[in-house]
Design a protein around this ligand. Structure first.
Ligand code: HEM
Length: 141
């Protein structure tokens, strides 16, 4: 990710961060409405999960300039996701749902550039998580 892209990710996230709870509420509402099949993977009470999702987004955005600090936490997170039943094809679904909700909430402050920046950022996160998942599968094969 280049400096301009990181700058755009940081400022757009700062704009939404005060509404992080709303972001998490809307993200899971949309995910479970449009992709009912994943609902059973998650706990009934989503309060903790919402906090954890927001915390992971904050961690990623804070460390975009030092991606080496993100590597191991994301590998570990990807490995935990294997236990939740997450598969590679779920990642684009989560990415598109998250980016759509961010765009709806940002309103006029949103544009195609941000859409593409955020998709790349989530793809980066997903690729490291999947690297972790694959290590786990390879070591248990
Ligand atoms: C951008 C990628 C993702 C991020 C940043 C993310 C973030 C998180 C975090 C922080 C947790 C809390 C537990 C932990 O850290 O292990 C979690 C749990 C979970 N995630 Fe994800 N996740 C991502 C992708 C996905 C995908 C694609 C799915 C598949 C539908 C998924 C399903 C779940 C489930 C089922 C749980 C466990 C809930 C529970 O049993 O408590 N996640 N996720």
């Amino acid at each position: 990710m280049n400096q301009d892209q990181i700058q755009r990710l940081e400022s757009s996230f700062n704009l939404l961060a005060p509404r992080a709870q709303e972001l998490a509420d809307r993200f899971y509402a949309k995910l479970f409405t449009e992709h009912r099949e994943v609902r059973t993977m998650f706990p009934r009470d989503m309060s903790d999960q919402k906090q954890k999702l927001v915390a992971s987004l904050v961690l990623v955005v804070r460390n975009l300039r030092t991606p080496e600090k993100l590597h191991q936490p994301l590998v570990d997170m990807g490995q935990r996701h294997v236990g939740y039943g997450t598969q590679a094809e779920h990642y684009p679904v989560v990415r598109d749902t998250l980016v759509a909700v961010m765009g709806e909430m940002a309103g006029d402050a949103w544009n195609d550039q941000l859409e593409s920046d955020w998709k790349s950022a989530v793809d980066f996160v997903a690729s490291v998580m999947l690297e972790g998942a694959q290590q786990l599968t390879a070591s248990s094969a």
